[in-house]
Each structure stands twice: as C-alpha cells, then as structure tokens.
Design a protein around this ligand. Structure first.
Ligand code: CA
Ligand code: CA
Length: 680
C-alpha cells in the first residue's frame, strides 16, 4: 500500500482547479493556489527567513510558511511556469474575469498586467499528437469539442458529449481528458482508449507514474474527495485514497527537495498530501494486486457465473420435461426456443401531437416469446447514459419500441440488452447486441416537390462516382427500407426533426454536389462527414447563407458601435474624473475658509457627479459585455466558414477571414466566406 509521505493542513480554503507548483527562485517548489477571497497563497516551507514586503505580497497571519498575493478580484485560473528562459525561474500567472497578471514572485514585481477577454475554451494541454517530435496544442471547449492545433491550423477535432473541463498529456500521442458530467478517459490521437463515468465530478487530472513501471497513470481528483490512479491502457484503478472534502488540485513537485518528485494532492479545505511513487521492487503491488492474484480472482468470478448459469439450465430443463405432459396453453417456463432471434430496427418517426418527432428503436423477438425488459447504454443520449424499458405485465409483447432523440449529429453506439422469455418466466435469456445510430439520424426523408428549397447553399465538386455518395448517404442517414438506393436518388430531400428545417442534397453526374440548408453547422457537418468517407484531403467550397450573413453584418455594425461607444465613455469618464478632482479641491478650499454654504454645495455636486460616474461605469460595463458577445459571434462565424472547407482551403479561409476583420474589410470578409480564400 502507498501512504502519503507528507501531509499538511493549510488554514486556507482553496478554489477548485486553481492549484499549481512553481519554482519562483528557480530551486524551491512552492505549492500555489487561489483562495476564495481574491487572494493567491504561496506555500514556501523551504526558505523561512525570506520575508516579502512590497505591495502585492503579504505574510499570512495563519500560516508562517504562507505568503499571500492580493489580486483584489476573484481569480478564475492560475498556473506557474517558465515565461522567460533567461530569468531561470518560474513566473506565476493569474487570470481573472477581465485581466491576466504575470508575476515575478522572487522579485515581488509584476511582469505584465493585461486586459483579456474570456472565450469558450475550458482546458488546454500540449501533446505531441502526431508524433513528429513537436508538441501540438490541445484545446477543450465549452461546446464539447477537443481541437488540436498545429501552429494556427486545426488538424483534428473530436466531439465529446459535454464541456471538456481538463486535458493532460500522458506520453507520446496519448492524453487524458475530463468532462463536466463526471467522465474521465484517455485518448490516443483521435481514438478513445477507455473512459469511465462517475456521478461525482472530476476536479483535476494529472499524469503521474505512481507504480514506477515507467508509464504514467491518469490520476483523478474527485468532487467527493476521492483520488484514484488508473492504468493508461485499461482505466483499471491501481490506487485510491480519500480526502474529507472535494479535491481542489492534483499537481507534482519535488517537495522534499531530494530529487524524486511527489504527487501532490490538495483539497478545498487546505489539506495537502504528497505521495512518492512505490519503489521499483514493489512496483505492481500497489493495491496488493499481483498478476497471479488478479488472475485467480478473475477466474473464480467466472467460475461462479458459470455455475449459476449451469444451475439455471438444469432447473429449466427439469421444468421443460414436466411441461411435455401439461397442455401447450399452460405456458412455457424459462426455456426459450433455441432458434429465437432478437431483431432490431431503427426508423424515423415524424411524431404526433402527443409525441415529438424522434428516432424509433424497435426491438422484437422472432417467435411467441416476450421481451420483459430492455436496457440501453448510449453516450450522450440518455440522462445517466443508460435507459431501462420494462413494460407492465399486461403490456408484455414480443416487441419493445424505444424513442430516441440524439441532441447532436454524431454517430452513437447503442449497447442493447434484452431480457427474453415467457409471461410466466422467472428466468430470462439475455440478448446482448450493439447497433450504431447513424450520424444524421434526426433527418426524415421528405417529398422533394413539397419541400421548400432553402435560399442558403454550398456547392463543391468531387471526383468520385455518384454511387459512392449513395453509399455514404446509406451509412449516415436512416433511409426507409424500401428506398431504392441502386439508382441515384438525387436530389434527395430531408426535414430535420429538431428544427423542421429542410435539407436538399443533389449530386450531378459530373461530380458537382450541392447542399441546400439554412443551417451552416449542418452543412459543415455534412461536408466533414462526406470528405472523411471519401478520403478527400482538400476541398474547395462555395457557399451562401444570406440570412446568416445578414445577421453577421449587423453584428459587425454592432462591434463598430460598441467600439466607438467605448471610446466616448472612456473619454467622458476621464473628464468627469478631472472634475471630481477640481470639485474636491474647491470643496476643501471652502472648508478651510469656513465657507460652509459653498462647501456643502460642492460636496452635493460631488455626490451627484459620483453617482453619474457609477452609472457611466455600469453603461461601459454593459457595453463591454455586448462587445464581447459580438466578437464571440464573429469568431464563431469564421469557424463555421472554415468548417465548410477541408484541408488547405479550410486553413486559408480562417486566416483570410481574420485578416479581413483586422483590416476592417467587411466586404472582403463576406467574399471569402462565400467563395473561399484566393490561394496565393
Ligand atoms: Ca507533433
Ligand atoms: Ca505507472
């Protein structure tokens, strides 16, 4: 067993996810964390004689080893690391809602203080994703995506089912991730190795080789105070421990200064524990789990299950023998016919007044057996990821229909377990199978003649046979079984079950493809899906989304207005501040002259001016928030325009759009979004 080699109790409440270790003098690692009161504490047990004196840093009155850094604003993130290699020591970087501070703790001075604006990025990590020896930037977003950047080009995108709250490099192209719904797991490049889901939230993840086998485990600190170390390959727990409150951060540092780094875990109540990796000799025996013991346990578990199964079969065959004598109508007992099959079918249901439109999963048996219950496991579709259907006794039949409404256009594996038997059965045969829900399952085929043609479209040309596109269509949409897919069905029209918006896909014999939809995201998804299926590396696309572009034009006008309002307000406030100063002088002069009448008058004016200033500040604040929202909208539009393209044209469109924004060339921006960037 692994026990902490040190424990500390700091008298400070620690903000979750805001914990780092920095060597601010280049030598001594200091645990650093944000507290709830807008302060950052730095725990430095190594150099007690050192006292800080300047403005930001003050000694804590509660812990002698702790110095406090006043931020005077609630802290939203924090990290430590080498900012300037020439300095030779770590800088502390603290982010708030509006500012970023880089701080030289050693010299007690600001390195820089900048106004910054937040975006929908929630997690970052550096990892050599493509194995070329250079690290790529992994970005986890609020909109469920993990994006991989090489320079400023997105080279891969993985869609998850929730906000990505944490990312950490493991080794080579492998990295860990955590979601806001209690999921943690490991990816190798774009493929997910394993994942687990807890009802608790993963507060912090970190890669650390705890059993000294040369490979990092994924260490997770949970909201219920648990920490666990999981094998990078299987997700199996090899070590766990418990804190009395939620874990705030998992970091590492050589806290004892003896050359071997420890895993350092701290809780929101300020409890800190350091763990040293188990010694080489004891490696593998962390949880008392030697390979042999593990195998014996696994085999005896299997044995138990087989014995139980055998017993059930014996019971059933006994009953089957006695049943031969009784009449057929008496019903069957547990045994179902050997040729019983479980059939599944997916179809699109338009819905009715009582039931909204959905995808219907129909599960049925091939004979007179009934389905007692169905269990479905699927990521991102059901609350808690699982769904159970168990009809009441009078409604037991050989068919169960399950409505499914995938919230996003991503392919989902449905893992189905069905309990099949007879009405009187006590034991049931369990069928297990997996069906994949196609990516665009929420689109129902509609009559082209009665489908209104959307004014928005994208067009591009492919050098593939039309039949290949038909194949893609079959794999990615739920087409009715009687659809004739031998002949080219184009144009083909769909209606979205979520928005009721139309989608028309047509392919001409010369390879010209056109998609008509007002949903720019859908157009992007279809282009990405089709390009991946046909292995197209670069795709140039022309597009027009009149309604969306008109909205974007208004947003750009809004950005301009917000900018000029900002300038005017800033100037006004500067004027008023000057007036405050002169009024104060006048009021004080009046007081010294004992001219109480004038003094009172000046202070009343001052009071009014102060109120105006506060109002002005509120207006400026609202204006700033509006500006941020508009800028976010513009950025989203650029990403959307990029997603309509593939490969080089995609990167070119994004770069060119950004250039157009920078040079304030609105017409160029829309031209690029429509026809793509001119390849230079
Ligand atoms: Ca790389
Ligand atoms: Ca290990």
């Amino acid at each position: 067993m692994l026990v902490p080699i040190f424990t500390l109790k700091l008298n400070h409440k620690i903000n979750p996810r805001m914990v780092a270790v920095g060597k601010y003098d280049g030598t001594h690692p200091c645990l650093t964390a944000a507290t709830q009161a807008g302060k950052v504490f730095i725990h430095n047990p190594h150099t007690r004689s050192q006292r800080f004196s300047a403005q930001r840093l003050v000694q804590s009155s509660q812990d002698s080893d702790v110095t406090l850094l006043n931020i005077n604003q609630s802290v939203s993130c924090l990290t430590a690391g080498v900012l300037d290699p020439q300095l030779g020591y770590d800088a502390l970087v603290v982010g708030t809602q509006t500012n970023l501070l880089a701080y030289d703790v050693h010299n007690n001075s600001d390195l820089f203080y900048k106004e910054v604006t937040g975006d929908n990025v929630r997690s970052l990590a550096l990892c050599d994703f493509d194995g070329d020896g250079k690290k790529e930037l992994l970005v986890g977003s609020e909109d469920f995506d993990i994006r991989v950047f090489k320079e400023d080009e997105i080279v891969a995108e993985m869609t998850e089912t929730e906000t990505i709250t944490a990312l950490c490099p493991m080794y080579a192209s492998r990295f860990g991730y955590a979601l806001s719904n209690g999921t943690v797991g490991v990816y190798d490049r774009t493929a997910r190795y394993w994942r687990i889901k807890s009802k608790n939230l993963a507060m912090s993840i970190h890669a650390f080789d705890l059993n000294s086998d040369g490979v990092c485990e994924l260490i997770t600190g949970w909201s219920n105070g648990k920490i666990d170390a999981r094998s990078d390959r299987t997700g199996e727990v090899i070590f766990k421990d418990n804190f009395s409150s939620s874990v705030a951060g998992v970091v590492e540092g050589d806290y004892r200064m003896d050359g071997s780094p420890q895993l350092v875990v701290c809780s929101i109540d300020g409890e800190v524990r350091g763990y040293l990796p188990s010694s080489q000799e004891a490696a593998g025996s962390l949880m008392d789990t030697s390979v042999e013991q593990e195998l014996v346990r696994e085999l005896s578990h299997k044995k138990q299950n087989l014995l139980l199964e055998l017993k059930n079969y014996q019971e059933n065959s006994k009953q089957a023998e006695s049943r031969v004598q009784v009449s057929e109508s008496d019903g069957h007992m547990g045994v179902i016919p050997a040729n019983t099959q479980l059939q599944t079918a997916l179809s699109v249901s338009q819905g009715s007044d009582t039931h909204p439109a959905h995808v219907e999963l129909s599960i049925s048996t091939s004979n007179d057996t009934i389905i007692r219950a169905v269990l479905i496991f699927a990521e991102g579709i059901f609350e808690g990821e699982s769904h159970v259907v168990h009809p009441s006794a009078q409604h037991l039949t050989g068919r169960v229909r399950v409505p499914i409404c995938p919230p996003k256009d991503v392919p989902v594996d449905l893992h189905i377990k069905a309990f099949v038997g007879y009405r009187s059965s006590v034991q049931f045969h369990v069928f297990e199978l997996t069906r994949q829900l196609p990516r665009f399952s929420m689109y129902v085929l509609s009559n082209p003649a009665s489908t209104p043609e959307p004014p928005s479209y994208v067009t591009f040309t492919i050098s593939e046979r039309v039949q290949r596109v038909v194949l893609w269509l079959n794999q990615n949409f739920l087409l009715p079984e009687d659809t004739d897919t031998q002949s080219a069905p184009f144009p083909v029209s769909f209606t979205c079950l979520r928005s009721a918006g139309p989608l028309v896909i047509s392919v001409k014999p010369n390879g010209q493809v056109s998609l008509r939809t007002d949903d720019m995201d859908l157009a992007g998804d279809i282009i990405q899906s089709l390009a991946a299926f046909l292995a197209i590396e670069d795709l140039h696309v022309e597009a027009d989304f009149p309604k969306y572009f008109e909205k974007l034009r208004k947003v750009l006008v809004q950005v301009d207005e917000s900018h000029s309002v900002h300038q005017k307000l800033t100037a006004d406030m500067a004027d008023q501040s000057n007036m405050v100063r002169s009024m104060l002088v006048q009021a004080e002069d009046a007081r010294l002259m004992r001219d109480m009448g004038n003094m009172k008058k000046r202070y009343t004016e001052l009071y009014d001016l102060n109120r105006d200033l506060i109002n002005c500040y509120k207006i400026r604040c609202n204006n700033h928030m509006e500006l941020l929202n508009s800028l976010r909208g513009v950025n989203q539009a650029i990403q959307r325009a990029g997603r309509l393209r593939v490969g080089k044209p995609k990167a070119q469109v994004i770069t060119a759009c950004r250039d157009a924004i920078r040079s304030n060339n609105v017409n160029a921006l829309f031209r690029i979004m429509r026809v793509g960037a001119m390849s230079s």
